[in-house]
Structures are given as structure tokens and as C-alpha cells.
Design a protein around this ligand. Structure first.
Ligand SMILES: *Cc1c(COP(=O)(O)O)cnc(C)c1O
Length: 398
């Protein structure tokens, strides 16, 4: 029997752990960049399941890949080989330029695996080479190690004792990092573009200098591209914009277009630190998730990525034009490709709610940064549609 929205809210309040501050709508289905609630109201979705629905909803090649794999075999464990997993690994390794891939089921697991590999590798050099330097305002996940890597005390409070060996530095500040890195540094772990922290893009020469510093001390560079990777910036990996290559990169969110997956990719040099039994996952890289990942990876052609870049530029221009009209309210527009942030001079939650009312789903992060991470298939006219909503809503709060 179909439940009313009120019944669903009641069940959720009674039976679901209250860890999410949810918006009061019940979503039912989606099509392209649109989602529909149970009342039949249509929303243009510029949050895309938090940077997950890179191909939008109902993308035929993705839907068909998942449906036909589900019929064939959903799961078989990692005790056996599957072509689906081999294909997905080969596609990712090729994009990385060689190396070894490991599949988990989420971003946190991807980072957790990357941290474990980095520690194991560093311990082959020296047993006290274990410090991992992360950035303030970063976000790396919710497991104990990844929330410790997350440089935001609000995520850590109440969960101690936390794993040892993590320290923090301002993101984008090379001089501060230089003072902290030493022979004891196992890894420097950074998002290429900080997402949750408020869409922060570091200075153009930052990662090149960080790479050189890491090389000098034999520290690994781990880049978390769970949000910024998978074509979001118009390049497959966001680090390609900075002409560097990390030792380990982590992916998740958009990797299988909405089917749960996470992955880390390590260079061959680093990957040799892991042997059979050192790491694992029951579900990780199962045929269903890998079939979805294969469909997403196949969709990300050079033309696809070029379009992401073009749409990103167009969207940013439109946001900058709006900033010109409300300079006292809109402090800054920043980002790269289709990960864009608009920093307000006030809290953004009411703006997000008003947009929702007007049929546009956006999000606010770090309190006052409106964040736009739409499906990467978004078109110019869909960007115009969201801009129309923003142009109506923002002046009301300015
Ligand atoms: C979302 C996110 C994570 C965590 O991913 P989960 O799938 O929620 O565990 C880690 N790092 C970054 C940069 C993210 O955006």
C-alpha cells in the first residue's frame, strides 16, 4: 500500500537513526537532471545526489548496464575473478597512467584503504614514518580514521580516542605545509578541490610545490578526488589541471553514477606494500557496481569532458554576473568546471529552502557557501533554469 508523506516522516522519526537534517520532501523518481516528489512536483537537481548522479537519472546506457548485470549476477565475492571488475580496473588504471586499483563501497572506505596503504608503505622505510598531514576544513569520511583525517573538529567531537598520527595545515598554504613535513611524514592527504569545506581551489602552483616537497621527504601524496574527480572539473582527475600526479588517488561518489562504490588507485611503486590478506572487502568491486562504473567510464569521452568544461564556464559566468548585482550579499564565486561555490555574507540555509520551494535543489556547505554539483550531462538551458530561480530568490535575502 502506498504511504502518505506524513506516514513516511513518522516512520523515519520512529525507526531511522536521526543523523540527517533532511529537507521535508519525499522523492519518488528522476529523469535527466530532474527529480519528482510524491506529490508530482518537479525539481531541477543541481546537487545531483551530492555529486553522485553524474549521468543524471535514467541514463539509458547506465540503466541497461545495471539491469542486465543484475539479471546475470549481482554478487560473487572477491574470491573469484569477473570480467566486469577486470574491465573497470583496467579503465581506471589506464586513466591514472598505470598502477593498481582497489574497489570498496564508499568514499570513506576508499580513503581508509589509501591511509592503510600509505602507512604500510611508509613502514617499509621506517617504523616511525607514520604522520599524515591533512588540511583544515577538509572532508574525508566518517570512519574513525577518515574523520580523524577530516580537519573539522565538529565531526570528531565525542568519538575519542581517535587514531594517532594526524595533523592539520591550512589548505593552499604551501609555506605552512613546508614547515610541517619531515622525515616522519608518511603522507600528505588533500582534496584536490575542497568540497564540503566550501569549494576551495588552491593556488595554481600549489600541488607542484607540494609534490616536490613530498618527494624530498619520501612522503606520499594522497589526493582525495571523491568529489572533484570523475570528470567534474572537465578533466577526468582534477589534479590534471595542476600538472601533478599523486601516489594514491581516491574516487567514489560519481564513479558508478549512483550505485555504491569507492576506489583507490596507487602507483605500482606504492602498491607493492600490500600483499594478499592486507586489505579486503566483501562487496567491494562486485559485478553490479563495476558494471555501473564501466558504463559511467565509457560515457566520459573527451567530448563529454569538454562539454563539462564549457558548461562550467557558462554557469560560472552567470553566477559572477549575479554577484555583480548583489555584491554586498555574494562575497565570492569560485570553483572549477561543475563544482562551483557561491559564498554569501550570511547563512545560506534559508536560500536553499526558498530554492526548493521554487523547484530547484541546491545545497549549502560550510554554513554560507551555496554549492552546485549538478549532473555532468547538464545543458545550457538547464543552467538558465536554475539561474532564473537564483535570480528570483537571492534578492529576497540580500
Ligand atoms: C563525500 C566525500 C567523502 C566520503 O564519502 P562517503 O561515500 O560518504 O563515505 C570523502 N571525501 C570527499 C572529498 C567527499 O566529498
Amino acid at each position: 500500500m502506498r504511504k502518505t508523506d506524513e506516514q513516511i516522516y513518522e516512520i523515519d522519526a520512529r525507526d531511522y537513526l536521526p543523523v540527517f537534517a533532511r529537507y521535508k520532501i519525499v522523492l519518488d523518481h528522476g529523469e535527466g537532471v530532474y527529480v519528482y516528489d510524491t506529490q508530482g512536483k518537479k525539481y531541477i537537481d543541481f546537487l545531483g545526489g551530492i555529486a553522485v548522479n553524474v549521468l543524471g537519472h535514467g541514463y539509458p546506457a547506465l540503466v541497461n548496464a545495471v539491469a542486465s548485470q543484475a539479471k546475470k549476477m549481482i554478487h560473487c565475492s572477491n574470491l573469484y575473478y569477473t570480467q566486469t571488475q577486470a574491465d573497470a580496473a583496467a579503465k581506471l588504471a589506464a586513466r591514472f597512467g598505470g598502477g593498481k586499483v582497489f574497489f570498496g563501497n564508499s568514499g570513506a572506505e576508499a580513503n581508509e584503504g589509501a591511509i592503510k596503504l600509505a602507512r604500510k608503505y611508509a613502514h617499509t622505510i621506517s617504523k616511525d614514518k607514520s604522520e599524515i598531514i591533512c588540511a583544515w576544513h577538509s572532508f574525508h569520511g566518517r570512519t574513525l580514521a577518515t574523520l580523524t583525517a577530516t580537519g573539522q573538529p565538529k565531526y570528531q567531537e565525542g568519538f575519542g580516542p581517535l587514531p594517532e598520527g594526524f595533523s592539520y595545515v591550512d589548505f593552499g598554504d604551501y609555506d605552512a605545509l613546508e614547515k610541517m613535513v619531515s622525515e616522519k611524514t608518511c603522507a600528505v592527504m588533500l582534496e584536490t578541490i575542497q568540497g564540503e569545506g566550501g569549494v576551495h581551489v588552491p593556488p595554481k602552483d600549489y600541488f607542484k610545490k607540494v609534490r616536490t616537497l613530498c618527494n624530498k621527504y619520501g612522503a606520499l601524496l594522497i589526493l582525495d578526488e571523491i568529489q572533484s574527480g570523475m570528470g567534474r572539473t572537465g578533466k577526468f582527475f582534477a589534479y590534471e589541471h595542476f600538472n601533478v600526479k599523486p601516489d594514491i588517488v581516491t574516487l567514489a561518489k560519481g564513479l558508478a553514477g549512483g550505485v555504491p562504490i569507492g576506489a583507490f588507485i596507487a602507483t605500482n611503486k606504492v602498491a607493492v606494500a600490500f600483499h594478499a590478506g592486507d586489505h579486503g572487502s566483501t562487496f567491494g568491486g562486485n559485478p553490479l557496481a563495476c558494471a555501473a562504473a564501466n558504463a559511467v567510464l565509457d560515457a566520459m569521452t573527451p567530448e563529454f569532458l569538454e562539454n563539462v568544461e564549457k558548461m562550467g564556464e557558462y554557469f560560472k559566468e552567470r553566477l559572477l554576473a549575479l554577484q555583480k548585482k548583489l555584491p554586498w550579499f555574494i562575497k565570492e564565486v569560485r570553483g572549477s568546471g561543475l563544482i562551483l561555490g557561491m559564498e554569501l555574507t550570511k547563512e545560506g540555509r534559508d536560500v536553499v529552502n526558498a530554492c526548493l520551494e521554487e523547484g530547484a535543489i541546491i545545497n549549502c556547505t560550510a554554513g554560507n557557501v551555496l554549492r552546485f554539483v549538478p549532473p555532468l550531462i547538464v545543458t545550457k538551458s538547464e543552467i538558465d533554469e536554475v539561474m532564473n530561480v537564483l535570480e528570483r530568490v537571492l534578492p529576497r535575502f540580500a
